[in-house]
Design a protein around this ligand. Structure first.
Ligand code: GLY
Length: 360
């Protein structure tokens, strides 16, 4: 097992990475605050991992909420279901909420934990690659609004993150690829050596080679932890973790939550952001081709959906947390392995890129 520490003063916590960790409760039980434990999971994960976790928590007073699976259920209504359960079982401020699932469960569970009685402890047990390498680390919690992705939320750090590599064995291929989009992101924004390693090892990752996956998860979490430690509340460098996300969130909101997986939308968005970076003279044609190639190799889409025209993109991109005074701001690449802080991008440049990728 590897342990990475996220140092955030009194909000510091460890990320445990290894095989067979989630049901080895002795390893992390000291992060549980009292006998009251609520597990939040979904209909896909519950049949696979819930019984083992409940049994490992046998000496606790455990309640469970099983939500429907999918980004379209990352709503205030789902969070209300969690509150309803916490109140029904009369859990108090010393209760601990365990989020057992992918990014949707982790974001909603964390948000519910942040709000219930003004904050109870929570533990992340991410079960997708995407959640292990990105969303479970760093304390971003929240839900979607029909008008914009992740528009309602709070920063709320977990007590610990348990990234159990064994649970990736049940992940479907599409979800594995979606997770790789965020892995590739770290290489592009701040870790060129890692990007080059990914170019060499994509086949091994897709074949679920254990060592390759463990290395990629650890390296991604290390990058994520470093960025979060530098800028927990996203006033500067943390925003670079959103490479491709402005276009990507527009796709997710525009097409309907759950149609494109988050990682798929981010892959397309990153190619679009790379094209804007090329238009600014920062990336070469070869760089952009390399970026498109690695996403294709990871079996991810690289062109925007037919249904999204230029106006729809621009309307939706106007609803983004990085925007200031109505200006659309993007994360662009200064060069391979280095992102720039968010910057306003001329509307004409966005239109040019969207047209380049076939949108009208
Ligand atoms: N997923 C981006 C962040 O945590 O800041």
């Amino acid at each position: 097992m590897k342990t990475l520490q996220v140092d955030l003063a009194e909000r510091s916590y460890p990320i445990f990475i290894g095989e067979g960790l989630y049901s080895n409760v002795a390893l992390w039980s000291h992060f549980i605050k009292s006998k009251q434990v609520l597990i939040v999971t979904n209909e896909k994960i519950a049949p696979l991992y819930l019984a083992a976790l409940e049994s490992a928590l046998g000496s606790y007073n455990v309640a469970t909420v099983i939500l429907p699976d999918g980004e379209q259920f990352k709503t205030l209504a789902s969070v209300d279901t969690i509150f309803g359960k916490l109140l029904t079982v009369q859990f108090g401020r010393s209760a601990t909420l365990i989020a057992l699932g992918g990014g949707v469960v982790g974001d909603m569970g964390g948000f519910a934990a942040a709000c219930y009685q003004r904050g109870i402890a929570f533990i992340q047990i991410p079960t997708t690659l995407l959640a292990q390498v990105d969303s479970s680390v760093g304390g971003k919690t929240g839900v979607n609004h029909v008008l914009g992705k992740n528009m309602i939320g709070a920063f709320y750090q977990p007590q610990c993150v348990i990234a159990d590599t064994a649970v990736l064995s049940t992940l479907d291929d599409r979800q594995l690829s979606a997770g790789l989009a965020e892995v590739i992101k770290y290489g592009l924004i701040r870790d060129l050596d890692f990007f080059e390693w990914l170019e060499e090892n994509m086949y091994a990752l897709l074949a679920r080679d254990k060592d390759a996956l463990a290395f990629a998860i650890e390296r991604s979490c290390r990058n994520k932890a470093q960025v979060v430690m530098e800028d927990e509340f996203e006033s500067s460098v943390r925003a670079t973790l959103n490479l491709g996300h402005t276009f990507g969130h527009a796709i997710e909101t525009g097409i309907g939550y759950g149609t494109y997986l988050h990682g798929e939308a981010v892959a397309i968005g990153t190619c679009l952001a790379a094209d804007v970076s090329r238009a600014k003279g920062w990336l070469t044609d070869t760089d952009v081709a390399r970026i498109e190639h690695i996403f294709k190799a990871a079996r991810l889409p690289i062109t925007p959906p037919e249904e999204m025209d230029v106006e729809r993109f621009l309307d939706l991109m106007a609803v983004d947390k990085k925007n200031v005074d109505g200006d659309i701001r993007l994360i662009l690449l200064k060069k391979m392995g280095e992102a720039a802080l968010p910057m306003s991008v001329d509307r004409n440049l966005l239109v040019q890129t969207l047209k380049h990728y076939g949108r009208q």
